[in-house]
Design a binder for this molecule. Structure first.
Ligand SMILES: [Fe+2]
Length: 345
């Protein structure tokens, strides 16, 4: 496995780059906007393809690199389903898996620091975001934080992992880089409490000042969605009703770009073809199924995904590949469902 822990000294943030092999797919956890050039340089140096940029929660102390990484690499942005970020490409919930080629992380919902906090588990390690820090825990006094929920997330979930599990947090301000579950159980001062009430009292009496960047970072991190307007301005966007009117036409191919787990979880538009976003390129270039449908039958290719981000990027790629009928459903299956259109499971 390729594993890199990267540090932003201004905000004390750790970001993590993961991949299974040189030349393979990579994901990055909790990237910081100011460090995006550095990440992309490292991705090139290690000969990786960045396919997912993930935030453990909506950060208050730095501006996320998610939007910039998506714009520069066409990767997928990922957060938990509770997030207040306007648009991310993919939303996860408890029990899901976060996957790239050769790497699979178990997704667990660990609210308390914020109400959109997630942790990601691998067999030997856990990425705890700001839920569990090294000899500390994330503050719970803003962004719908809740010490009672955090106690449950830590004691009920994270500390149930094997003692040897490595703990990689999203922040450290003292210079520590990694810990273990066993070490934190024994030596984390916040965890030496006898009850949930004691923990709540402890957290409610910290009286911390707000993060310096909070008034800038929170609003910025809530507006990271890709502008889909340019795609619409070029006439390449359909609303849900327009798309619904095209179902069943044999000159139309509806293409679902999401992952299998998202289809199972949220349903799919009837009679749509499943072409996961990572395999898009091979399907729109010559010999690919979508290229063939366009060249042989002039079929209209209608992409959709969860919220319209992957599909907007796919429309641009398909148009660039000469598929002039490519368009997408603006707002994705989320908009489709809100319009009351049917899904199959
Ligand atoms: Fe945080």
């Amino acid at each position: 496995m390729i594993f890199r822990q990267l540090y932003d000294s201004v905000s004390g943030t750790y970001s993590y780059l993961l991949a299974s092999r040189p030349g393979g797919e990579a994901l990055i956890l909790d990237p910081v906007l100011e460090k995006v050039d550095r990440y992309l340089q490292l991705v090139r140096e290690l000969d990786l393809k960045l396919v997912k940029a993930v935030d453990t929660h909506l950060h208050a102390d730095h501006i996320t690199g998610l939007g910039a990484l998506r714009d520069r690499t066409h990767c997928i942005t990922v957060m938990g389903e509770q997030t207040k970020a306007d648009v991310v490409s993919m939303r996860l919930s408890d029990g899901d898996k976060l996957t790239i080629e050769g790497v699979s992380l178990d997704v667990i919902y660990t609210p308390g620091h914020t109400d959109d906090s997630y942790s990601f588990i691998m067999p030997d390690r856990v990425f705890t975001g700001d839920t569990l820090l090294i000899r500390g825990t994330g503050r719970t006094d803003f962004q719908n934080g809740d010490p009672r929920q955090q106690y449950e997330s830590i004691f009920g979930r994270l500390l149930k992992l094997p003692d040897a599990t490595l703990v990689y947090p999203a922040h450290d301000y003292k210079g520590d880089t990694v810990s273990t579950i066993g070490e934190e159980k024994a030596y984390n001062p916040r965890l030496q409490v006898k009850s949930v009430d004691e923990y709540v009292a402890l957290m409610n009496n910290l009286h911390l000042s707000n993060p310096k960047m909070m008034d800038v970072a929170v609003p910025a991190n809530m507006k990271i969605g890709m502008a889909q307007d340019e795609i619409a301005r070029r006439g390449w966007a359909l609303d849900a009703k327009q798309a619904a009117g095209m179902i069943g036409r044999d000159d139309v191919v509806l293409v679902d770009l999401r992952e299998t787990s998202e289809r199972e979880h949220h349903g799919a538009i009837p009679n749509s073809l499943h072409v996961p976003y990572p395999s898009l390129q091979q399907n729109i270039t010559s010999g690919g199924i979508l290229a063939q449908r366009f060249r042989a039958y002039r079929s209209t290719i209608v992409f959709y995904c969860a919220f319209g981000e992957r599909s907007a990027m796919a429309v641009q790629a398909a148009q660039d590949a000469g598929i002039t009928t490519a368009c997408h459903i603006q707002g994705g299956i989320d908009a489709w469902k809100k319009a009351g259109e049917p899904v199959t499971r």
